[in-house]
Ligand binder design. Structure first.
Ligand SMILES: C[S@@+](CC[C@H](N)C(=O)[O-])C[C@H]1O[C@@H](n2cnc3c(N)ncnc32)[C@H](O)[C@@H]1O
Length: 207
């Protein structure tokens, strides 16, 4: 089992029990995302964690594939979906890099609090793009350590070594915007309410 999978398995219970940090921002992101859904939408979320967002979005779409590298995270997600009666969510354990799905098969791909955790964000963004139908949207929310959280930079390697941090990539909001453009996306919504907040982007694959 790889190191990231073990790390997130260990974190799952704590993650499930933690309150959402900024409820207003979270609701705003849900609402903005939902503007791109229809009752026929096929949605993929990678790095879905304990399924909180999946359960909120599922009633608005046809089918929701929620994937994560950690089986413990997914266990909480499955329980949450059962309790919510969200029968149109399929949970699947996989590293996003290994996810097998038909090209151009989703109307929306969501990657929330995950691009900064990937080995190679450009590979992840390119994969999201290839899985989207033309005109589909990639919704991401990403911690950009290089902007407001630069003081973490010296700590990251040590914290990772002792198992306190997962793999955490350092880049700026502008570098991420550039990655989206280079992958062929058009940024249609860009929201970063403060220097330290995550960068929320809705990016459209040209139709
Ligand atoms: C910070 S949590 C975010 C969870 C959820 N998206 C949210 O916003 O609450 C990151 C999640 O990504 C998962 N993850 C980390 N690396 C991954 C990878 N390479 N492929 C798929 N999932 C991954 C972790 O297991 C964890 O559940």
């Amino acid at each position: 089992m790889n190191r990231e999978r073990r790390f997130w398995n260990r974190m799952a219970k704590r993650y499930f029990n933690s309150p959402i940090e900024d409820e207003a921002a979270y609701e705003h992101k849900l609402e903005k995302t939902r503007q791109y859904f229809t009752p026929d939408s096929e949605v993929l979320e990678f790095g879905c964690g304990t399924g909180g967002t999946a359960v909120r979005h599922a009633p608005h779409v046809k089918h929701y594939l929620a994937t994560d590298i950690s089986e413990e995270m997914l266990r909480f997600g499955e329980e949450r979906a059962r309790e919510a009666g969200a029968g149109n969510i399929t949970f699947k354990r996989t590293d996003f890099a290994d996810l097998e799905a038909d090209p151009e098969s989703f109307d929306a791909v969501l990657g929330l609090s995950i691009l900064h955790l990937l080995e190679d964000r450009d590979e992840g963004i390119a994969k999201a793009c290839s899985l989207l139908k033309p005109g589909g949207v990639f919704v991401s929310s990403t911690v950009c350590v290089a902007d407001g959280l630069w003081f973490l930079i010296p700590i990251i390697p040590i914290a990772r070594l002792v198992g306190l941090f997962p793999l955490l990539r350092v880049f700026s909001a502008n570098a991420l915007r550039k990655s989206m453009h280079e992958a062929g996306f058009e940024i249609v919504y860009d929201w970063k309410p403060s220097r330290r907040s995550a960068l929320f982007l809705i990016c459209r694959k040209p139709g």
